[in-house]
Design a protein around this ligand. Structure first.
Ligand code: G6P
Length: 502
């Protein structure tokens, strides 16, 4: 018997994530406006269709979302949890984004950070409560033996908590971030590191974007869970798994898998040809200036990111400045289109970083700009249609994160760019594993090296650029979101009852 009353409308497939597929904002008259979120997960889930009665459990994020929950407004197939706003803030801003994100992206300035003190412990309690709220909601909403696909570092404890409530479920967890190497992960207090890993191992199956992140997770388990008799299995064919001993000498096994999320070619090609994108292309061309066609046309270096510390936007700008400095022949002949959209602005470091991005961009424009040429076009207001317009115009894509789970922009630009683009790509992005052969690969800390790569990308013969772009595009779309989701679902459903690998 389940400890929870399972509702009549129990779902056979469930997805859980902090950010859901829809969000609500207040209109001026006080009514609520629903906005559909974009992104791989949204289109991936839509692929499984209504007949599977899938349910997406997510968190109410702003006041609009909370009000929607209170008024009982919602989308079919979406259950939004109205978790106490203070608990959510401590869990999301405090633990998820200021600790776990920092650990996995190795973002701490270590002489001063991190400090795991009483404040951290207080936030950790909120993180547990937030994870418990998801586990309860999933336990109530899942049909017997249903498949539950839990997403990301916000919900690392959910698999273990949910297994305690509903041992019958097939529980998957997917990490959209990198995984930290053990020497960095072990900065976390020992008990917390252990709790996180055991929470994840409550899943029947854990998914990662690349072999590298999967390997790091496995190394962390070996080094941290020394009391659990960890044993790895790496069969020649079939999925690897980790075996470990729980209190009471029971052994459990968790399967591991790599699923490298790709770009959604059909969606991108269709969406990027709509009139709103055409309009923005015309506006961007205006801002780029110079001749529209012919050998004299200005080339573009395009980047599109959240203004995220790990995206390395400032070093990207410094590399562009170095290029203009060392190759004066490119002045007036190239424009750097840099879209840096607001992200996590509740956190002071993100606000400071946002200001630094603007400062460096302005400095470059002041130093090199001429009446007819603005070297950097920095836009900070989120506009998806304009991003697609920039993709279409891209001659060079700059993707130089200091660490990134995958980076879908690296995969999207080659698909959409009209003339074919050269890709300058950080070796620390997950996408490197799939795109390395045709990208110009950089060490993201090496500003001079990145400037050289930009130079070679600009100087690359058009035919070679087009050829490489075609191969990049093919590699980038090999695992579209729908297939990415279904592969995981099928892998989970093919496990034995209770999610134990056979
Ligand atoms: C990354 C994470 C996602 C997250 C997204 C946006 O891609 O893996 O889980 O939703 O960033 O961040 P935000 O904090 O705005 O949800």
């Amino acid at each position: 018997a389940f400890e929870h009353a399972v509702s009549e409308h129990a779902a056979r497939v469930l997805v859980a994530s902090n950010r859901g597929p829809v969000s609500y904002a207040f209109r001026e008259d006080g009514t609520l406006d629903a906005r559909r979120g974009g992104g791989g997960l949204v289109s991936g889930l839509s692929a499984i269709g209504p007949e599977t009665d899938a349910l997406w459990v997510c968190s109410a994020l702003g006041e609009g979302d909370r009000e929607a929950v209170r008024r009982g407004i919602g989308e079919p197939g979406v259950r939004m949890l109205d978790i106490d706003a203070v608990v959510h803030a401590d869990a999301y801003n405090g633990i998820a984004n200021s600790v776990l994100w920092f650990v996995h992206h190795m973002l701490y300035q270590t002489p001063l950070e991190p400090v795991f003190d009483a404040e951290f412990r207080r936030q950790w309690v909120a993180y547990e409560a937030y994870n418990q709220a998801f586990a309860q909601a999933l336990a109530e909403s899942a049909a017997p033996e249903a498949a539950v696909l839990v997403q990301d570092y916000h919900l690392a404890l959910v698999p273990g908590m949910l297994r305690d409530l509903r041992p019958d479920l097939r529980i998957g967890h997917f990490s959209h971030t990198p995984w930290a190497p053990p020497e960095y992960f072990r900065m976390l207090p020992d008990d917390i590191a252990e709790q996180l890993l055991l929470g994840m191992l409550g899943a029947s199956r854990l998914g990662f974007l690349t072999q590298r992140w999967l390997g790091a997770f496995q190394s962390c388990c070996r080094q941290v869970l020394t009391d659990y008799d960890i044993d790895g299995h790496w069969p020649k064919d079939g999925s690897p798994s980790l075996d470990f001993r729980l209190p009471g000498h029971r052994r459990r096994r968790t399967e591991l898998g790599v699923h490298g999320l790709g770009a959604d070619a059909d969606f991108l090609r269709e969406r990027s040809r709509r009139p709103d994108v055409d309009e923005r292309m015309a506006a961007l061309r205006e801002q780029i200036g110079g001749e529209e066609r012919g050998p004299g046309r200005r080339r573009t270096i395009v980047r599109v990111d959240r203004t995220e510390l790990s995206k390395n936007i400032v070093r990207g700008l410094l590399a562009y400045r170095t290029l203009l400095d060392e190759h004066p022949e490119w002045r007036e002949r190239v424009v750097h289109i840099a879209f840096a959209y607001p992200s996590r602005q509740d956190l002071a470091v993100y606000r400071d970083y946002t200001a630094e991005v603007s400062r460096v961009a302005e400095e470059i424009n002041a130093r090199y700009g001429t009446p007819g040429w603005t070297p950097v076009l920095l836009h900070v207001k989120d506009d998806f249609a304009r991003s697609l317009a920039a993709y279409r115009l891209a001659d060079v894509a700059l993707v130089n994160p200091i660490r990134d789970g995958m980076n879908l922009v690296a995969k999207e630009i080659p698909v959409v760019s009209e003339a074919g683009c050269a890709l300058v790509l950080s070796r620390e992005a997950g996408a490197y594993a799939e795109l390395r052969d045709d990208a110009l690969v950089v060490n993201p800390y090496d500003v001079s090296g990145t400037a050289d790569a930009l130079y070679h990308a600009l100087a690359m013969p058009d035919a070679e650029r087009a050829e490489r772009s075609k191969r990049l595009s093919a590699a980038a779309t090999a695992l579209p979101p729908q297939q990415w989701f279904l592969d995981q679902l099928h892998a989970l459903e093919s496990l034995d009852e209770g999610g134990r690998p056979g």
